[in-house]
Design a protein around this ligand. Structure first.
Ligand code: HEM
Length: 534
């Protein structure tokens, strides 16, 4: 016989059941109340949620449209994944900057990681473990000792671009594409690209080409809906699919290993030009001659190489578009440059403080057409309460940078290209929102390459404006050809659609000075890719 009577046992059982029922009711009520406190958003369908509400590309346009109905915060659910869209500068800053400790993760990108071989790139990682060391390494490799070398590379490549455009102006789009690649290759590895068919450029092309193929493969679309499938090898979709993903995987692998191994050999032979790789190897060299953290060094240099070129290219093309449709601004910028270089030389980085109007143009390029319109998604680590709303842990946070740049209360008539928002030509205004704050992403995941990107675009702008009048091309019947100002959206980066224009050298003297400057900057790089233009 037990110590408790049957009545007592029954009473205890009843009490426990009651407590459990109360607890369950409370949980259900709380879940309901939390659900009721989710931010508003389009209703969606059972299971698939808002899957069909979003276009495959250019989702920022739909978010901006929804802002009219739902406001600054929009909550979506796509196939079970919660998504919070921050549709104003205030909400972006509050969630991604002020609450940055809780919003620094990334959603998993299993297709990129497992099938495309991109798992080594920090942009696919959660915000823990080695990512801190890697981001620190990138920042540290851009320091006061290395930046002057990188600036010389940027300057040389900008001059080289101007000379190539002089020689074959009709190829200006592909030349800009090439130049942003060669600049970052030089910064990352110290390698100067001279020939058209350089193997290093080939590596980037292989990666881009195979990645495009893999993204188009039906398996990718199916796995987007059912990410668990990425736990299996890609050949479950057949031989063709497996081949596409393998090509992607192999090209990513090559990009991590081949340039690094070549640069490392040059460092060992003490023949390496300054670069991120050289600097990081030297900093991590141990007394026994081995390199500490070598896997990190080769992966972050490869990531800089792959992450930097496309977006910089898009920004420079936006600059050309802006000049085409704003000839008065172009003239004004040239007048400022001419006043600073009146002694018959080209502008250099040391002129930057004297040329606030060029910085005004650069800021307006970042604002006018945001080339990373939704940056990269972040993810909440824990539940979040914001303005009375409940946002569950694991929610993917999408900043609508495009909308931030079009806030009429800050930037009246946002469609207009107007550097005067930021400068009177004598100084830069300090009381206006800084477009870099939305062009390069947010909080703890802000772009670690932004200083390089900013300087590359600045020196390119000032060089192009010094050498050329950029004008609309004319059709055979003599009419100016209007460029399409609407950007073409891909998943992450938006690009100007292919367009034509004329590059008219400003005078024979400008060309002479260009050629002389080209010979003067980094004179040790003697192999000349283009004969002196006349
Ligand atoms: C105009 C050129 C560039 C633009 C507009 C740009 C923009 C961005 C944006 C919007 C992000 C996402 C930030 C976020 O998650 O909130 C990002 C991330 C990143 N960018 Fe850039 N970027 C540029 C150039 C570069 C360059 C030159 C490098 C390398 C030297 C670079 C390396 C990276 C890396 C490694 C990340 C991932 C950071 C992380 O996930 O923690 N970017 N960039």
């Amino acid at each position: 016989m037990g110590l408790l009577s049957n009545e007592t046992r029954l009473a205890a059982l009843l009490c426990a059941s009651l407590a459990l029922a109360v607890y369950l009711l409370w949980r259900i009520k709380e879940a309901r109340s939390k659900r009721a406190r989710l931010p508003p958003g389009p209703k969606g369908y059972p299971i698939i949620g808002n899957y069909y509400d979003l276009p495959a590309e250019g989702s920022h346009l739909q978010y901006s449209e929804w802002k009219k109905s739902y406001g600054d915060l929009i909550f979506l659910n796509i196939l079970g994944r919660n998504i919070l869209v921050c549709n104003s500068r205030e909400t972006v800053m509050d969630i991604l900057h002020k609450r940055g400790a809780n919003s620094a993760d990334r959603p998993r990108m299993p297709i990129l990681e497992r099938w495309c071989g991109f798992g080594w790139a920090i942009l696919t990682w959660k915000y823990d473990g080695e990512i801190h060391d890697r981001r620190k390494m990138i920042f540290q490799s851009m320091n006061k000792d290395t930046m002057p070398h990188y600036e010389q590379y940027m300057h040389k490549e900008a001059l080289d671009l101007a000379r190539r455009i002089l020689a074959t102006p009709e190829r200006f789009l592909s030349l800009i594409d090439r130049m942003t690649g060669t600049t970052i290759i030089r910064i990352a590895y110290g390698h100067a690209v001279y020939t058209e068919h350089d193997q290093w450029i080939g590596l980037v092309n292989n990666v881009n080409g195979s990645f495009r193929e893999a993204s188009k493969a039906p398996g990718t679309h199916i796995a987007e809906v059912l990410p668990l499938l990425t736990l299996f090898p890609a050949w479950i979709f057949g031989r063709k699919e497996a081949k596409a993903f393998k090509a992607c995987y192999d090209s990513m692998n090559d990009m991590v290993n081949l340039p690094y191994n070549m640069a490392k050999k040059q460092v060992e032979r003490q023949e390496a030009a300054p670069s991120m790789t050289r600097w990081l190897i030297e900093q991590n060299m141990t007394p026994d001659g081995s390199i500490a953290n070598e896997h990190m060094i080769k992966e972050i240099t490869a990531e800089s190489f792959s992450a930097g070129a496309d977006v910089t290219e898009a920004m420079i093309k936006v600059f050309i578009l802006a000049m085409l449709v704003n000839p008065d601004i172009q003239k004004k910028a040239q007048a400022y440059i001419d006043a600073v270089v009146a002694d018959g030389r080209m502008p250099t980085f040391s002129d930057r403080p004297l040329l606030p109007y060029i910085d005004g143009i650069l800021k307006e390029i970042m604002r006018w057409k945001v080339v990373s319109p939704i940056a990269l998604p972040h993810q909440l680590t824990n539940d979040e309460e914001y303005n009375g709303y409940f946002i569950p842990a694991g929610t993917m946070v999408v900043p609508n940078s495009y909308e931030c740049a079009r806030d009429e209360s800050i930037f009246p008539e946002p469609e207009e290209f107007r550097p005067e928002r930021f400068t009177d030509g004598v100084k830069l205004f300090t009381n206006i929102v800084e477009p870099r704050d939305f062009a390069f992403g947010y909080g703890r995941r802000v772009c670690p390459g932004r200083q390089i990107a900013d300087s590359t675009v600045w020196i390119t702008i000032v060089t192009m404006l010094y050498v050329f009048d950029i004008r609309k091309a004319t059709s055979p019947d003599g009419q100016p050809i209007e460029p399409d100002l609407v950007l073409e959206n891909s998943t992450i980066t938006s690009f100007p659609k292919p367009f034509v224009c004329d590059f008219i050298p400003r005078s024979a003297q400008h060309i002479e000075i260009l050629n002389a400057t080209y010979d003067f900057v980094l004179p040790s790089a003697t192999t000349k890719p283009v004969p002196n233009a006349v």
